[in-house]
Design a binder for this molecule. Structure first.
Ligand SMILES: Nc1nc2c(ncn2[C@@H]2O[C@H](COP(=O)(O)OP(=O)(O)OP(=O)(O)O)[C@@H](O)[C@H]2O)c(=O)[nH]1
Ligand SMILES: [Mg+2]
Length: 282
C-alpha cells in the first residue's frame, strides 16, 4: 500500500473491481498502490493466457477472482459489479495507468454527497502521460456530443477510473448473466470499451449527482493496449446515438418505470449543471 494511505475504519466498505486481460506483470504495481482498509479486491479475468489470476492471489490471497461471462472490458466490469458486496464500488484498470492511491479522494467525493465520482484527466489537477493526440481529439469530440445531447458538462468521457455507491447499480443496467451468442463475437452492447460512455450517459439521464474528480493517468507499464482508436471510437459514437434514440423512444411510450430509471415524463429536458453537480473548472 502507498505509505500511510489507509481508509478510515468509519468509512463505508469499498470494493475494488479490476478488469484484467493478461496483466500479470502490471498487477504488482497496481496492488502496491491500493490503500489499506479495502473491503475486497475483485479481479475480473478475461480468460488471460498469462498468470494474471495466480499473480493476483499471490499478491493478496483474499483476492476474489471472477470469470467474465462474455468478452470485453464492459462485460468484465458488469460481472465484477454484480459480484461486489461493498457499499462503494471502484472501477480500476489493471495496466498501472490508474493510481489506486487516488481512491480516498474519490470516496471523499461520495461522502460529500455525490452518487458518482467520475475521474477526469482534463480538469485542473488531472493529467495523462498515456493518451495519444488522436485519442485526446476523439475523446473531446465525443464528449462534446454527449454534453450537447444529454445536457452534461463533462470534461472527460472515455476514462475508466470512477467510483460510485453500489446502490446506484440498477441505473447502469449492465447485463452480467446473458450467455454469449453462438453466432457473433459473443459480445452484447456495452460489453466493449464503450462501457464508460454508456455509464456516463446513464448516470446523467438518471440525474445522479455526478462530481468530477481530477485524476492523473499514467502510461501502461507492460504490454499493449487492447483498444483500437477507430473501431472502439465508432462503438462509442454508436453508444451516444443509440442511447439518445432509446431515450426518446422510451419517452414516447410513457412506460411506468422506477424512480431511478431513464424514462420519465420530462426525460428530454436538459439536465442542468446544478442537477449534475458538476464543478466548473477555470
Ligand atoms: N477482463 C477483461 N479485461 C479487459 C478486457 N479488455 C481490456 N481489459 C482490461 O481493461 C483495462 C483497460 O484496457 P486497456 O487495454 O489498458 O485499454 P486502454 O486503457 O483504453 O488503453 P491504453 O491507454 O493504451 O492502455 C485493462 O486493465 C485491461 O486489462 C477484456 O476483454 N476482459
Ligand atoms: Mg490502459
Amino acid at each position: 500500500m502507498p505509505d500511510g494511505v489507509y481508509l478510515p475504519a468509519s468509512w463505508p466498505s469499498v470494493s475494488v473491481v479490476i478488469p484484467a486481460l493478461n496483466e500479470a506483470r502490471n498487477l504488482p504495481h497496481v496492488f502496491a498502490r491500493l490503500p489499506g482498509g479495502i473491503h475486497e479486491v475483485i479481479v475480473v479475468d478475461g480468460h488471460s493466457l498469462d498468470d494474471t489470476c495466480a499473480v493476483a492471489r499471490q499478491l493478496r490471497p483474499d483476492t476474489r477472482i471472477v470469470k467474465q461471462t462474455r468478452t470485453g472490458k464492459g462485460n468484465a466490469l458488469a460481472c465484477g459489479f454484480a459480484a461486489a458486496t461493498g457499499e462503494i464500488i471502484v472501477m480500476l484498470d489493471a495496466d498501472g495507468s490508474a493510481d489506486a492511491g487516488e481512491i480516498p479522494v474519490f470516496v471523499q467525493a461520495l461522502l460529500d454527497g455525490a452518487d458518482f465520482a467520475k475521474g477526469t484527466r482534463f480538469a485542473k489537477g488531472g493529467g495523462s502521460s498515456d493518451i495519444t493526440q488522436l485519442r485526446a481529439l476523439g475523446n473531446r469530440a465525443l464528449m462534446a456530443m454527449v454534453n450537447l445531447g444529454y445536457g452534461t458538462a463533462y470534461s472527460d468521457l472515455c476514462y475508466g477510473f470512477n467510483v460510485f455507491w453500489r446502490r446506484c447499480l440498477p441505473v447502469l443496467r449492465l447485463d452480467a448473466t446473458t450467455p454469449p451468442s453462438q453466432d457473433g463475437a459473443g459480445r452484447l452492447w456495452g460489453d466493449g470499451f464503450e462501457v464508460e460512455t454508456l455509464i456516463a450517459i446513464r448516470v446523467a439521464i438518471a440525474r445522479l449527482a455526478v462530481v468530477e474528480v481530477p485524476s492523473f493517468e499514467h502510461s501502461r507499464i507492460h504490454g499493449v493496449s487492447n483498444l483500437s482508436a477507430f473501431s472502439d471510437g465508432l462503438r462509442v459514437l454508436r453508444t451516444i446515438l443509440t442511447e439518445r434514440h432509446m431515450r426518446v423512444a422510451e419517452t414516447k411510450t410513457h412506460r411506468p418505470t422506477p424512480r431511478t430509471a431513464t424514462t420519465d415524463e420530462h426525460i428530454d429536458e436538459q439536465i442542468t449543471e446544478e442537477q449534475m453537480q458538476l464543478p466548473r473548472h477555470g
